[in-house]
Design a protein around this ligand. Structure first.
Ligand SMILES: [Zn+2]
Length: 380
C-alpha cells in the first residue's frame, strides 16, 4: 500500500510523482524528475490537495510514502512537523501570511530530508502575496519544496507558473468514484447515484451518499428550477436559492465564529469586557476574516446548486437525443421528459451554457442575487 493508492483515477500524474520521489531519495534535488516547485491543477473535486499531500507524505516518509508510518499519516493530514498545509477560508491569501510562511519554510527539516509547503488555493493569493512567493520559489532553500494547487494554470501569475512544474489532474470517471464509494461500504445503487449526480467530484459524491439531508436539499433545488415558467417564478426561485445559501453559510459560520472569537480573546488575556489595544485589533481582523469566509461559503453553496441544476439540463439533452440509459436524475424522469418534449436540444444547450456562465461570474465575485436572477430568467 502506498499513499498514491489513495488517489482516484490519476495514474498519469502518479507515475511522474513516483519518479520524483525516487530521484529525491537518491539526493537528486534538481534532476529531470525532481524539482522544488510544483503546480497541481484540475477541476474541483479531482483531488488537487490530496494529490499534493500524498506527494508531500512520500517526500518526508523514509519508505517513499508507505501510508503506514507516522510520517505518512501526519503528513496526509497536514500536521507533520515538516509539512505545512495552507488552507484559505477567506477570499484571499495576504502578503503578511506569505511572508511568515516563507520564513517558516526556510527552516531546516526537523526529521526528514525536506520541508514541504502545500498551498491549497494558490489562485487566492493576492498579487503582492504572489510576488513575495515568487521570490521564494526563485531562490528556494535546498530543502524546501513548494506544492501549489489551483483550478487551472491560468489562475496563478504567469511568472509563478513558469517556475513550477505543472501537473494536470483529471475529473475522476463515474465508475472510479462508484468503486471508491462501494469500497467505503456504500450500497451499489447509492454509490452509482452519488457518483453520477456529483459528476466526478469525490467529496461531493461522498457527502451525497452519506447524508440524507444533502440529498433532500439537492432534490429541493432541482424542484425549484423545474417550476420556473415565467419571470415572476424565476425571480422567486432565485430568491429562494440565494436565501437558502445564506442561511446555510450563516448557520455554519455561527458555530465556528463564536468559538474562534472566544479562544482569541482568551489568548489576549481578556478580563471582563476589557481588551488590550492589540487584542481589539486582532478581534477586528478576525471578524473581517470571518465575514469574508461566510461570503465565500455562500458562493460555494451556490456553485454546487448550479452544478446540480446543470445535471437537469444535461438529462433533458440526453432524452432529446434518445439516450435514456445514463440519466442522472432518475427520480425526476417524468418532469424531465415533459420538459424535453416541449423544448429543443439547442435551447437545452443554451441553458447549460447560461449555467456555466453564471458559475464563472460568481467565481469572479459577481453579486450572487443578481447573477442567479439573470440565470433563472434565462432558464424559464
Ligand atoms: Zn510512510
Amino acid at each position: 500500500m502506498s499513499v498514491f493508492d489513495l488517489l482516484i483515477d490519476q495514474e498519469h500524474v502518479i507515475s511522474i510523482l513516483r519518479d520524483a520521489v525516487i530521484a529525491a531519495a537518491k539526493g537528486d534535488d534538481e534532476s529531470q524528475e525532481m524539482t522544488h516547485a510544483w503546480l497541481f491543477t484540475g477541476p474541483p473535486g479531482s483531488g488537487r490537495s490530496n494529490t499534493a499531500l500524498a506527494f508531500a507524505a512520500a517526500l518526508v516518509c523514509k519508505n517513499g510514502g508507505c501510508n503506514e508510518c507516522t510520517d505518512c499519516t501526519t503528513a496526509l493530514k497536514g500536521n507533520h512537523a515538516d509539512v505545512e498545509l495552507i488552507k484559505t477560508e477567506g477570499l484571499s491569501i495576504k502578503i503578511d501570511e506569505v511572508r511568515e510562511l516563507i520564513t517558516r519554510a526556510s527552516w531546516s527539516p526537523s526529521v526528514g530530508n525536506y520541508r514541504v509547503v502545500v498551498i491549497e488555493d494558490a489562485d487566492r493569493l493576492t498579487e503582492s502575496a504572489a510576488n513575495a512567493l515568487l521570490k521564494a520559489i526563485e531562490e528556494p532553500g535546498l530543502r524546501t519544496v513548494w506544492l501549489l494547487c489551483a483550478p487551472s494554470a491560468t489562475d496563478v501569475l504567469p511568472t509563478i507558473r513558469s517556475r513550477t512544474r505543472s501537473l494536470v489532474l483529471r475529473t475522476p470517471s463515474t465508475s472510479a468514484v462508484t468503486a471508491l464509494l462501494e469500497s467505503e461500504k456504500i450500497s451499489p445503487t447509492m454509490a452509482d447515484f452519488a457518483a453520477r449526480a456529483s459528476q466526478g467530484h469525490i467529496g461531493r459524491a461522498r457527502h451525497l451518499a452519506k447524508s440524507e439531508e444533502a440529498r433532500a436539499r439537492r432534490a429541493a433545488i432541482l424542484k425549484i428550477s423545474l417550476l420556473i415558467t415565467d419571470v415572476a417564478s424565476a425571480f422567486k426561485a432565485a430568491q429562494v436559492l440565494v436565501e437558502a445559501a445564506k442561511a446555510e453559510a450563516e448557520e455554519e459560520a455561527e458555530k465556528r465564529d463564536d468559538a474562534e472569537l472566544a479562544s482569541l480573546k482568551e489568548a489576549w488575556g481578556q478580563q471582563g469586557s476589557k481588551l488590550t489595544q492589540g487584542g481589539s485589533k486582532a478581534v477586528k481582523e478576525l471578524e473581517k476574516e470571518q465575514k469574508s469566509r461566510t461570503t465565500r461559503m455562500v458562493r460555494d453553496y451556490l456553485d454546487r446548486a448550479l452544478l446540480d441544476i446543470a445535471t437537469l439540463y444535461r438529462d433533458i439533452l440526453l432524452i432529446q437525443s434518445n439516450s435514456l440509459d445514463s440519466i442522472i436524475n432518475i427520480d425526476l424522469t417524468t418532469e424531465i421528459t415533459k420538459l424535453a418534449n416541449s423544448s429543443t436540444p439547442e435551447s437545452s444547450l443554451r441553458k447549460l451554457e447560461a449555467i456555466m456562465n453564471a458559475r464563472t461570474n460568481l467565481s469572479h465575485n459577481a453579486a450572487p442575487l443578481l447573477t442567479i436572477e439573470a440565470l433563472m430568467v434565462s432558464l424559464k
